[in-house]
Design a protein around this ligand. Structure first.
Ligand SMILES: *Cc1c(COP(=O)(O)O)cnc(C)c1O
Length: 345
């Protein structure tokens, strides 16, 4: 038994090292300058491990927010007792680089800038290249929550000068939930020892254990999720990598919007702010439209859509990531058309 256990533990470690190296290759055109840490928990745990470990005592975080996930980063910093300033652009505007620049000029205590790449609240793409460029002009460390975009939208952390990029197993990588990962600039992460405000979410310690133990997790490893993630990475590679997946998601999203517009729906965001990940639609004008019954009927057809998450307008959301193809989008549109007929009759 003991021998068998050791064998399994070794296999997982080998797999973890392979996953870590593939993630760095995927994220960075300069893989030698970056490292990856896998972290147990959902995506939020990973973001919290970065916020709590990257910012030293006496540091100050600036959060660019335009939705629930940006606000959540600010909330974390508050809970952890980290000085924070939030620049909230509102739910339907991209984060504002001009405002960022002005704030960095005015408040020299700021050390770190955090931004969400695709704000899943609405489906908005934020201008992370411009944000990183301005933050770097002022010598700040850049943290990007790329939870719902990494693996589905091309991102090069080296070219963009991003220091910490966070994502998870179960979004565009199409694995199962259970852990997330952080791609970090190695030199910066090395300086984070002792920063953590949490024992289990200590990003530095998690990294040091994985490095020294060659793929060892500090605490119980999510073994099944690791195996599923390895399979998901293989499938991503077989699909042709991130550029091919990006094309498929984009095609899905464009077909979805064209079809929904044909049925009389309007999107919340203009196309130039829209990601290929998830789309917010305004409720139709019809006074008898009920989202609850629309949702229930779509679900009975096999399609789970999302309620809206903003206060600015009544919306619902349709995601198109995962193993979703054009035929699925066409079936969904047929389903919507049938439901709409009943809803508005
Ligand atoms: C999904 C998501 C998260 C993390 O959510 P969890 O429910 O903790 O996995 C964080 N940020 C963004 C932008 C997300 O889309």
């Amino acid at each position: 038994m003991k021998g068998q256990f050791d064998l399994v533990a070794t296999q997982i470690r080998v797999l973890v090292q392979s996953i870590r190296s593939r993630l760095v290759q995927m994220a960075s055109s300069q893989p030698e300058a970056y490292t990856t840490v896998l972290m147990q928990g959902s995506g939020t745990f990973c973001v919290e491990s970065v916020i709590g470990s990257a910012i030293p005592r006496g540091g100050k975080l600036l959060v660019l927010a335009n939705g629930a996930y940006g606000k959540r980063m600010a909330q974390m910093a508050e809970v952890l007792g980290i000085a924070t300033v939030v620049l909230d652009a509102g739910e339907t505007n991209p984060v504002e680089v001009v405002v960022l620049r002005a704030k960095l000029q005015e408040d020299v205590a700021i050390t770190h800038v955090a931004v969400v790449h695709v704000e899943t609240t609405t489906g908005m793409v934020n201008p992370i290249a411009e944000v990183a460029q301005v933050a770097k002009q002022f010598g700040k460390t850049v943290i990007v929550d790329a939870m719902s975009s990494f693996g589905g939208v091309p991102i090069d952390v080296a070219a963009l000068d991003i220091d910490y990029l966070i994502s998870s197993a179960n979004k565009c990588i199409q694995g199962v939930p259970g852990f997330g990962f952080i791609v970090a600039r190695t030199q910066l992460l090395q300086s984070c020892k002792g920063n953590a405000r949490s024992l289990s979410l200590d990003l530095y310690d998690q990294w040091a254990t994985m490095e020294e133990g060659e793929g060892k997790w500090r605490f119980t490893s999510p073994t099944h999720t690791v195996r599923a993630f390895d399979q998901a990475l293989q499938e991503l590679e077989e699909e042709g990598g991130v550029p091919s997946r990006y094309e498929r998601y984009t095609r899905n999203q464009k077909t979805l919007v064209a079809g929904m517009e044909r049925l009389g729906f309007r999107t919340l965001l203009p196309q130039q702010l829209q990601s290929p990940i998830i789309t917010s639609f305004l409720y139709p004008e019809s006074p008898v439209f009920s989202f609850e019954s629309f949702y229930a009927r779509m679900k009975s057809e096999g399609f789970v859509i999302y309620p809206g998450k903003i206060t600015a307008a009544p919306t619902f959301r349709i995601g198109n990531i995962g193993d979703v193809h054009l035929a699925d989008i066409e079936r969904l549109l047929q389903g919507v058309e049938v439901q709409l007929f009943w809803e508005t009759k």
